[in-house]
Structure formats: C-alpha cells, structure tokens
Write a protein of this length. Structure first.
Length: 455
C-alpha cells in the first residue's frame, strides 16, 4: 500500500498541465458544463464560482441558463440576483430575488431579500428616472401608447393635513384597479413616484400641462391621470381626475366624485370606472369583479397604510414599518399591509448601507443551511453540496483518476456524474447464520494483491 501511495503522489506532482487544470475549481466546473451543458447543478456551480471570483459578466448568463432550465432552482436565482446587483442591473436583480422568495429554502435569507427589495425597488425607480432625464432629448419625440397610463400622486387640498397621505394611498388604489384591465399598461407606483421626485411634480399644488407632458414622455406613457383630493368642510370629500394626453398636452373632461369621507372606498371605485370609460376600455365581467375588490374597508387602517407609503418613499423604514403594522392591527385582514410591514421591518433592521454590504449580509445568512453546502462545493470545484455527497471534484476524484491511469482496472472504479448525486451504497450483507443467531459472524481474512504496472 505504501508503494501505491507513493506512486499516486508522484503522479500528482509530475502529471503536468493536466493536473494543474484538475486542481483549478473553475476549470473543473467548466469541464463539467462542457460534458453536460444542460445540467442545472453544473451550471449553478459554475455561476457561483464565477461570482465568487468576481467574474460577474460570465456568471450572469450561466446562472440565467440554470434558471431557464429549472425556474424553481432557488439558489441559482439568489446568485443571479447578487450578480445582477454587482453589474448594476437592478431590474434583473429584483426579478431574481423575487424568484428566490418563491423557491428558496432559507428563511433567514428570505428575510434579508425582503429587506433588500424594499430599498432595491426604490433604487431601481430612481435610477430609471435619472436615466430618463439624461435621455430626455430622445424620449421627447416618442410618446407612448395612449393605453400606457401613469398615475402620479394625487394632490391634496384641505385644512386637515392628517389626510395628506391619501395622495399616495389613493394613487396606489387607482394604479391597482386600472391594472386589472388586460388592455392597459399601467406604470408602477414606485417608478412614477421616483420621477415625480426627480422633476418635483406637484410642488406648486397642481400638475400643469407642461409638467404632465414632460413626465409622460420621460416614462413613455401616453396618458396620465391628473388627480386632486379636495376636502370640503369637516367630513366632505371630492375626488377629481382628468386624463392628460401626452402627445399634445391636452386635458380631458374632469371626472368628479363627491361624498363623505366615510365613503372614500366607494368613491375611488366610482372614479376608477369613470376613468375606464374615458379611456375607452370595456371591462370583462371577471375584470370588473377584480376592480370591485377592496383591500380594506377600514378608513383608519388605510390612512395608516398611506402614511407607510409616504415614509417608504422618504426612506424612513422604521416609521414605515410602524405605520404598516398599525394598519394591520386595525384590520387583520389587510393582507397588503401585513406584507409591507414585514418587508419594511426587515429593511429597518438590516439597513441599506449599499450593494456590497447587502450582498455580504445575504450570503452570510446562508450559513448552516444545505444551500451553504452547495455554495461551498462550488467554490471547491464540485457540482453538488457537501451534505449530498458532492459532485465530481476534489482530491477523491483526482486520486481515482490517478489510480485508473496507473492501473487500468479489471473492475471499474465508481465515480459520480457531474450532473447527479452519487449512487446509493448497497445495504450491508450479513452471513446467513446471523439472521438466526442475531450474532455477527467473525470477519474472514483474505489476501488482496495490487499490481502496479510501470508506466
């Protein structure tokens, strides 16, 4: 046996460039991918290894290929998100993180992702707004389709400033309701809010025609909803909205609904249906039923929720989490408030110190999980996780290759596939007498002869 060990060691030291390649984890994983180009474990491991080596531009397409082959592979989605962030592709990062929330297995990591998404959505919207402003000269000549609709924050006019957060809350309700129609494309609230912040829409108390046209062109919308909340007395409220045609800056006829504050949700639904009519959209029965749904019927809960939206837009996540939690407490069936409370609470706890810190925090949250074992295996050049036995790589694989090259076996050496787990070990065999006496028989001795041919 000493002779075998010495021969194997000598082979490893003198085998030349081939051995060096086998010692390079990324090279081994690239070979595994070449052998099995549709193997999700091979692609995932190579993508993770590229990410760890900061070869981000190589990592992302490999990880996206793994996700395409298996959309439910959470770990590929997680590292696709981390890689996309490193490349400043915030939209791709957001989509990949959202996939991990659906298919990932680590609860701690999901909490980190929820926290990151709160800030990431805002960062993405601000980045898009800045890019649009930088490209304004080109965008000015290409207004969007009239069926692409944006809803800026409504403008509140009244004495009771406690109602001002409804500017964002009612805008979100209108965005949600208008999105129910398959005929309309509605700009996301975060994107519209970021643009409003960048060009200070509504700072004068109203959106004039010039500002509306500019905003529409910047976000490639053909129609904007210019809305006002007018408080009348102590309990009266009027919702007024006009459609702004981006192509020529013209305002349509006003859609006005007046009632008491207690009837706010019924007023919003009435306004939404009028807007559908003005847009020339006929709803299907199923779409109309979706529009009629109300996320809450509790006015105080909705006011708290609207304050949470305001705080989130301002980056005050601790305040936002408290407001959303208040909304959930006031109406336990308010599911959207519960979701946002969880996300902003996590964001407040983790903080948003930047992409690098967030990435390190997310990766650290994997420690002690089966996914961490898979990541570690990728770093060492294996396509499987340590807990599952690993893939075809490492010292054991190298020694097996060396043994075969020295002495072509009469009985083949079992190796694992780069794309699958190792074969299960057969159950231990007992001597026939053991099953009746319940006592193991003595181990029989024998002689094993190992022949090593000289190269």
């Amino acid at each position: 046996m000493r002779l075998v060990a010495r021969a194997l060691l000598l082979l490893l030291l003198t085998a030349g460039p081939g051995a060096a390649q086998r010692g390079d984890p990324i090279a081994r994983l690239e070979s595994a991918r070449a052998r099995s180009p549709r193997s999700v474990p091979a692609l995932r491991a190579l993508g993770i290894a590229y990410y760890k080596a900061q070869r981000f531009r190589e990592a992302l397409p490999v990880l996206e290929s793994a996700r395409t082959l298996d959309p439910k592979d959470g770990l590929s989605s997680l590292y696709a998100g981390l890689t996309a962030e490193a490349l400043q592709d915030l939209g791709a990062a957001r989509r990949a993180y959202e996939a991990y929330l659906q298919f990932g297995v680590s609860r701690r990591t999901k909490d980190q992702i929820r926290a990151r998404l709160v800030a990431l959505v805002r960062e993405e919207a601000v980045a898009n707004a800045k890019a649009a402003l930088a490209d304004e000269a080109r965008l000015t000549g290409t207004p969007g389709s009239p069926l692409t609709v944006a809803v800026p924050p409504l403008v509140f006019r009244g004495a009771d400033t406690l109602l001002r957060p409804l500017e964002r809350g009612l805008a979100e309700l209108l965005i949600t309701d208008l999105s129910r129609s398959a005929k309309l494309t509605v700009v996301e609230r975060d994107r519209m809010q970021a643009l409003a912040d960048e060009i200070q829409l509504g700072a004068s108390g109203a959106i004039d025609s010039g500002s509306a046209v500019r905003a529409g062109r910047l976000i490639q919308a053909g129609t904007l909803v210019n809305g006002v909340i007018l408080q009348q007395g102590t309990s009266g409220l009027t919702l007024d909205a006009r459609l702004v045609r981006v192509a020529d800056g013209s305002f349509g006829d006003p859609a006005t609904v007046t009632n008491s504050l207690d009837a706010l949700f019924a007023m919003e639904k009435q306004l939404a249906f009028v807007l559908f009519d003005r847009l020339g959209v006929t709803l299907t029965p199923a779409e109309r039923q979706l529009v009629e749904r109300r996320p809450t019927t509790n006015l105080n809960a909705f006011l708290a929720y609207s304050r949470g939206l305001q705080a989130t837009d301002d980056g005050r996540f601790e305040d936002a989490a408290r407001f959303f939690d208040d909304a959930r407490s006031l109406d336990p069936s308010f599911g959207l408030a519960a979701t946002k409370a969880q996300a902003t609470t996590a964001a407040a706890q983790v903080g948003t110190a930047g992409v690098e810190v967030a990435a390190a925090t997310i990766e650290a949250s994997l420690q002690g999980t089966p996914e961490a074992a898979t990541v570690q295996a990728a770093v060492t050049g294996s396509t499987g996780g340590a807990a599952a036995g690993g893939g075809g790589g490492g010292v054991a694989s190298t020694l097996a290759n060396a043994s075969q090259s020295l002495n072509p076996p009469a009985v083949s050496v079992q190796t694992t596939s780069a794309s699958g787990p190792p074969p299960a070990a057969p159950p231990p065999q007992r001597d026939a007498s053991t099953s009746t006496t319940a006592v193991d028989t003595p181990v029989r001795s024998g002689t094993v002869t190992i022949i090593i041919r000289r190269p």
